[in-house]
Ligand binder design. Structure first.
Ligand code: NDP
Length: 333
C-alpha cells in the first residue's frame, strides 16, 4: 500500500509578503513503513509567524527552508500505518511533519496526544508550541509576580491569549493589545483588566492611560511602534520579553530599531529574547499546569480552524499577518 500525498515546497524566497510564486505544489507517493517507521495522516496544520522567518536565507535558530524543500511546519494527525514498536494505528500525534498530507516518520520528536485531555487543535495551541512559548516566556524570562502589571501584544493570538490568561492566573493585572472590536470584546470576556485596540488612536497614550504606574512585564509579540510605547511606560525593574516582532516579518528593508531603548537604563529594566525550543525538557511541567487551568475553567483554549485543505496553505499563512485568527490559527487538511 502507498499513499498519494500533496506537498508544498519553497519555490522562491519571497521579498515582502509571500505570494503564489513562493510556493510549488508537488505530489509524492508515501510508501508502506519499513521496520521502525510509521505513516501519519496530517489532519491539522499549524500556521506560525515563524514560518515567514524560515523562508529567509539568514542565520537563525534553525536553518532556513531550502529552495525546493517541503515547507517546514508543525502538524497533528493520526498514525495510519505502523511498523514502529511505540506507535499503533489510530494513535494521535504531533510533530514537525512539514506542509504535506501524509508523513513518513521514524518516531523521532513525535509527541503522543491525549485526546481525552484536550482536542487535537488544542495540542497545537495552548498545549502545543505556542502554549509552551507563553509559559516559559512569561515565567522564566518575564519572571511575572502577583500584582505585576503585564502588557501583552497580539493578545488575542495563540501565544498572547495564553500569556494573558496565565498572567491573570498568577494574580497580575493584565493589559492586552489586539486589532479590532471583535478581539477586544473577546479579551474582555476572558477577564483582562484593560484591552487596547491597536487600530484606534495613539498607542503611546493608550498604554500610558492603561498603566499609570508603569509596566512590570511587557510580553512583546509584535515589535514596532508598540514596543516603543511599552518602553516609554515601563516601571522600575521591568522585564521586556522579546518573543517576536510580527509587525516587521514581511518588511523589505530592515526594521527601525526601538527608539526608546534608553528607557532600559532609566527604569533599570531588562530586555531579553528567547526561543521556546530551549525549554523542551520542561514542556511536561507546562502542559500539566496549563491543562489543569483549562480543566478548572481558568484558561480558555481557542483555535480558528481554516478549511480548504492543503491548497489553501498559501492564503492561510497570510491570515496571520491579516489578523484573521482568534486563538491559534490552524488549517484542516
Ligand atoms: P498569533 O496567533 O498571535 O497571530 C498573529 C497575530 O499578530 C495576528 O492575529 C495579529 O493580531 C497580529 N499582527 C499581525 N500583523 C501585525 C502587525 N503588523 N502589527 C501588530 N500585530 C500584528 O501568532 P502566534 O501566537 O503564533 O505568535 C505570536 C508571536 O510569537 C509571533 O511574533 C511569533 O513569531 C512569536 N513566537 C515566538 C516564539 C519563540 O520561541 N520566541 C515561539 C512561537 C511564536 P491582531 O489582529 O490582534 O493585531
Amino acid at each position: 500500500m502507498s499513499w498519494t500525498s500533496q506537498e508544498v515546497r519553497l519555490a522562491a524566497r519571497p521579498t515582502g509578503r509571500p505570494d503564489a510564486s513562493t510556493w510549488e505544489f508537488t505530489t509524492t507517493q508515501v510508501p508502506d513503513p519499513e521496520p521502525g517507521q510509521l505513516v501519519v495522516r496530517v489532519e491539522l496544520l499549524s500556521l506560525d509567524p515563524a514560518m515567514r522567518g524560515w523562508l529567509n536565507d539568514v542565520r537563525s535558530y534553525l536553518p532556513p527552508v531550502g529552495l525546493g524543500e517541503v515547507m517546514r511546519a508543525i502538524g497533528a494527525g493520526r498514525v495510519i500505518a505502523s511498523a514502529h514498536e511505540d506507535f499503533a494505528v489510530g494513535d494521535a500525534v504531533s510533530g514537525m511533519f512539514g506542509v504535506r498530507e501524509f508523513a513518513l516518520s521514524d518516531g523521532t520528536d513525535l509527541t503522543r496526544l491525549d485526546l481525552d485531555l484536550a482536542p487535537m487543535g488544542t495540542w497545537l495551541g495552548a498545549l502545543g508550541m505556542p502554549g509552551m512559548t507563553a509559559y516559559f516566556g512569561l515565567h522564566d524570562v518575564g519572571r511575572v509576580q502577583p500584582g505585576d502589571t503585564v502588557l501583552v501584544s497580539a493578545a488575542a493570538g495563540a501565544v498572547g491569549s495564553t500569556v494573558a490568561q496565565l498572567a491573570k492566573a498568577k494574580g497580575a493585572r493584565v493589559i492586552g493589545v489586539a486589532g479590532g472590536p471583535e478581539k477586544v470584546a473577546w479579551l474582555r470576556e476572558l477577564g483582562l483588566d484593560e484591552v487596547i485596540d491597536r487600530r484606534e488612536g495613539s498607542l503611546m497614550r493608550a498604554v500610558r492611560r492603561a498603566a499609570p504606574q508603569g509596566i512590570d512585564v511587557y510580553f512583546d509579540n509584535v515589535g514596532g511602534e508598540l514596543l516603543d510605547a511599552a518602553l516609554a511606560n515601563l516601571a522600575r525593574g521591568a522585564r521586556v520579553v522579546i518573543c517576536g516582532a510580527i509587525s516587521s516579518y514581511n518588511d523589505e528593508t530592515l526594521a527601525q530599531g526601538p527608539r526608546r531603548y534608553l528607557a532600559l537604563l532609566v527604569f533599570r529594566a531588562t530586555m531579553q529574547g528567547f526561543v521556546v525550543f530551549d525549554y523542551a525538557d520542561r514542556y511536561p511541567q507546562a502542559v500539566a499546569e496549563i491543562s489543569q487551568l483549562i480543566t478548572d475553567g481558568r484558561l480558555v483554549a481557542t483555535e480558528t480552524v481554516l478549511e480548504g485543505g492543503i491548497v489553501a496553505f498559501p492564503d492561510a499563512l497570510l491570515g496571520l499577518f491579516d489578523g484573521v485568527n482568534i486563538g491559534k490559527l490552524l488549517l484542516r487538511l
